[in-house]
Design a protein around this ligand. Structure first.
Ligand code: SF4
Ligand code: FES
Length: 245
């Protein structure tokens, strides 16, 4: 396959970026999207040019670092799929592909396609944890019976990989889907009850402080989330907030 790539290049957070055109041949249908970028970078390096900086780690859909806007869609055209799990067979020979970083005030660009998502870490630190008794007589987690429905919902919320696609997809750059997933995974379990009264309030306060926008129930976050996190979690977050102290 031969592709026309239009890629956002930006030296750092203080300089202006621009879309740069590249022609790339030798792309195979079985390559992942990131392998296609590796191929481009090999060619750029061989010709003495600066490679495109992009973020990645696990390359198996679990770390959330491969966050790219592909043809205007967070993580690209395949539903419920991260960029690293997206394959080039989803594109056509000769196609033009626009590749940009996730855009949000709270995700400042570090370089090219890499953004700083540490704002998510700070939201998590504000309340996304549980107190554990480490005195030596810690109760076995399996000794607390949990209804199957609650366990399933908590597990589904815990599938959030913190990629930020929900923010990139949202016209308000809201982080409500991410925050609601992190609140929900604890709200439904007995282990999460210790900090429950303050969790939603503290995490939302941090979310606002980081500069994320508000939720207007548009649903773009759910549509572009690679882990199918439901906006039902946002409703739960709002209820948790109402009962916060
Ligand atoms: S809710 Fe979905 S889109 Fe948002 S950070 Fe979690 S996995 Fe990514
Ligand atoms: S590189 Fe880890 S989710 Fe894509």
């Amino acid at each position: 396959m031969e592709l026309k790539l239009k890629i956002w290049r930006q030296k750092n957070n203080t300089t202006k970026g621009e879309m740069v055109d590249y022609k790339l041949s030798g792309v195979e249908a079985d390559m992942s999207f990131l392998e296609m970028l590796d191929l481009l970078n090999n060619q750029l390096i061989e010709s003495g040019k600066e490679p495109v900086a992009f973020d990645h780690d696990c390359r198996e859909g679990i770390c959330g670092s491969c966050s790219l806007h592909i043809n205007g869609v967070a993580h690209g055209p395949e539903k419920s799929t991260t960029t690293c799990q997206l394959h080039m067979r989803k594109f056509k020979d000769g196609q033009t592909i626009y590749i940009e970083p996730f855009r949000a005030k709270a995700f400042p660009i570090i370089k090219d396609l890499i953004v700083d998502r540490s704002s998510f870490d700070r939201i998590q630190q504000a309340g996304g944890y549980v107190s554990i008794n480490t005195s030596g007589n810690t109760q076995d987690g399996n000794s607390i019976p949990i209804p199957k429905g609650d366990a399933d919902q908590a597990f589904n919320a815990a599938a959030c990989i913190g990629c930020g696609a929900c923010v990139a997809a949202c016209k308000n750059a809201s982080a409500m889907l991410f925050t609601s997933a992190k609140v929900s995974q604890y709200a439904l379990l007995p282990q999460g009850q210790v900090e429950r009264a303050n969790r939603a309030k503290n995490m939302l306060k941090q979310m606002d402080k980081e500069g994320f926008g508000s939720c207007t129930n548009t649903g773009a976050c759910e549509a572009q989330c690679p882990k199918d996190i439901s906006i039902e979690n946002i409703a739960r977050l709002n209820r948790e907030f109402l009962f916060s102290k």
